[in-house]
Design a protein around this ligand. Structure first.
Ligand code: FES
Length: 141
């Protein structure tokens, strides 16, 4: 005769083991097949990130889906930076004047050149390349 309590424990162990194995497989799958977002893996694929009109002259805008900050210091000249914070990887999501602000721990970066304006981050945002194609801003890989 079986013990219902022990059967329950055994079932939970099986589920936990399967869950851990599933996570391991998922992690493995991500490393092998993880190419769903070309912005993250360096594949050669240009990507429209938004409209140029969304970036004011003398201002900046965060494009959170592309994880890019674009500034237009003078009419028609665009500079771009990764919006991935160099502190711990959150997406910098807010522009305050001439600075981009990370929501996680408050690091600030100058939108003109990506350099650190306030920690805890100590490294600048990496530059990115955007091109104006028609009315669109295109992130160039
Ligand atoms: S992750 Fe941006 S300040 Fe910590």
């Amino acid at each position: 005769m079986s013990d219902p309590i022990m059967e329950n424990v055994s079932s939970r162990r099986t589920i936990l083991t399967t869950g851990a194995a599933g996570l391991a497989l998922a992690a493995t799958g991500c490393s092998v097949y993880g190419k769903a977002d070309p912005a993250d893996d360096g594949e050669v694929a240009d990507k429209v990130i938004g409209k140029a009109a969304d970036v004011p002259v003398g201002g900046s805008k965060v494009f959170p889906e592309a994880k890019v900050i674009v500034s237009q210091p003078t009419a028609g000249r665009y500079v771009a930076f990764s919006a991935v914070c160099t502190h711990q990887g959150c997406t910098v999501n807010k522009i305050e004047g001439a600075e981009a602000v990370c929501p996680c721990h408050g690091s600030k970066f100058k939108v003109a050149d990506g350099t650190v304006a306030g920690g805890p981050a100590s490294s600048p945002l990496p530059s990115a390349t955007v091109e104006l194609r028609g009315d669109d801003l295109v992130l160039v890989k």
